[in-house]
Ligand binder design. Sequence first.
Ligand SMILES: Nc1nc2c([nH]c(=O)n2[C@H]2C[C@H](O)[C@@H](COP(=O)(O)OP(=O)(O)OP(=O)(O)O)O2)c(=O)[nH]1
Length: 136
Amino acid sequence: MSAEKRILLVSACALVDTDGRVLISQRPEGKPLAGLWEFPGGKVEPGETPEETLIRELHEELGIDTKVACLAPLTFASHSYEHFHLLMPLFVCRRFSGVPTPREGQALKWVKPNRLREFPMPPADEPLIPFLIDLL
Ligand SMILES: Nc1nc2c([nH]c(=O)n2[C@H]2C[C@H](O)[C@@H](COP(=O)(O)OP(=O)(O)OP(=O)(O)O)O2)c(=O)[nH]1
């Protein structure tokens, strides 16, 4: 029964550049959902707020730094996968220091929101795209 699935809290971020493009990252081989394009982020660890998770993950995955005041909540994904139910707040971040660089072997792309559908994304992400199109 779906009620027995645990909720997995993952925090994700749409980094936006000065041309209104959003950064997506390709999940590496060997991971679940490999090859799909996603928003940078990761699981919220015990004791972390979703904002703290993003600050940590953006540094670890992309080598950039930001702060809580630069993370604006936009919307969230709520999606049932086979073994868990994903709850994923999506923040928007326009202010960060450093140049996003793949630190975990992942491919990165800056994409206009109205072109995001050209890149296969996890099913949880598809309903998020219209929010980015409206915003940007
Ligand atoms: N970061 C991120 N994760 C997403 C998105 N969409 C989506 O369904 N997910 C899922 C994939 C994973 O099941 C989970 C994120 O977990 P993660 O990236 O921290 O962990 P992972 O599966 O790569 O495994 P690990 O690194 O913890 O070992 O959320 C998205 O846009 N960004």
